[in-house]
Ligand binder design. Structure first.
Ligand SMILES: Nc1ncnc2c1ncn2[C@@H]1O[C@H](COP(=O)(O)OP(=O)(O)OP(=O)(O)O)[C@@H](O)[C@H]1O
Length: 278
């Protein structure tokens, strides 16, 4: 059974459409990425799935229930990582994580979560003394301590240093391997590419592309081959760069230099799709 099923989801604010007929399906254990520029409708969509906003139209099922009518037991099966949730400056890292664990029927061990989130050295520090990136790790710890079946991550690694980001990726992969379903919203395309099995690109309240990062990265399956020879600089877009490179080397042209093949990245495709919608 799908963990998230959405059909024709709609939401407007004062007559302006923010989400305009979205269909989504996320299966158990998937890491699903939601990408899109500012104002695309990501937060609106995710908050409807979390039961924090009401929709105007469409069908939504999350863990089998309609978020508009679901109760506390349903909520305890969700983990939500928002920005800056830990609003208790005088509590220590361990205190807040233990406190929040107490709200859940079957939480993870708070000390194990502290360790997993790279906070062991800061366990006894008050929240107000933490750096921005460390606060963010606390947000992540609070999102996972309840041992959720479904985890929503909104821009989880903003403010992380590169090492902390890699550490976090390992953590997320571990959670997914254990069967946690994860919805990841991020502006970092490399992060979505590294973590998500599937992703949707949202623009203007609609899904403009959906698939695996590889499918989307190779959407037009075009690479660019560039080289220099006696005639000057060349640049050719092709779906078969191998054949072109082979043909060029068969020429045995001594003036041929600077031969390069550039593959289109997910970022190239993303920027192109967003450009088409604007
Ligand atoms: N509470 C609100 N009242 C009025 N308009 C809103 C409200 N929340 C969002 N909107 C509008 O709905 C649209 C979608 O916003 P949303 O926050 O869902 O986008 P987003 O994709 O999450 O953007 P970002 O990447 O900036 O977080 C925007 O045009 C925004 O101005």
């Amino acid at each position: 059974m799908a963990v998230i099923e959405v059909s024709q989801l709609r939401k407007s604010y004062g007559g302006n459409s923010a989400v305009d007929g979205i269909d989504l399906r996320v299966e158990r254990g998937e890491v699903f990425g939601l990408l899109g520029p500012n104002g695309a409708g990501k937060t609106t969509t995710v908050e409807i799935l979390e039961g924090h906003r009401r929709r105007d139209g469409g069908e939504v099922r999350v863990l089998g229930d309609d978020p508009d009518n679901a109760g506390r037991r349903w909520r305890a099966r969700l983990g939500i990582v928002l920005q800056g949730t830990a609003d208790a400056p005088e509590l220590t890292v361990r205190e807040i994580i233990r406190h929040v664990a107490g709200y859940y029927p079957a939480p993870r061990d708070p000390d194990a979560v502290i360790e997993q989130c790279g906070l062991a050295e800061k366990a006894k520090s008050k929240l107000r003394t933490l750096s921005g990136g460390q606060r963010r790790r606390v947000d992540v710890a609070l999102g996972i301590v309840g041992n959720p079946e479904l985890l929503f991550l909104d821009e989880p690694t903003t403010g992380f240093d590169p090492e902390a980001r890699r550490h976090f990726w390992t953590l997320i992969r571990g959670l997914a391997a254990d069967g946690t379903t994860i919805v990841l919203t991020s502006h970092y395309l490399d992060e979505v590419e590294a973590l998500a099995g599937r992703l949707a690109i949202l623009a203007g309240g609609r899904i403009v592309a959906e698939g695996t990062p590889q499918d989307l990265g190779g959407r037009t399956a075009e690479s660019t081959v560039t080289w220099q020879d006696a005639d000057g600089a060349h640049r050719v877009a092709t779906t078969d760069p191998t054949a072109l490179v082979a043909a060029l080397s068969r020429r045995e042209d001594p003036s041929l230099t600077e031969l390069r093949v550039e593959r289109r990245s997910l970022e190239d495709v993303y920027l192109e799709l967003i450009g088409e919608v604007r």
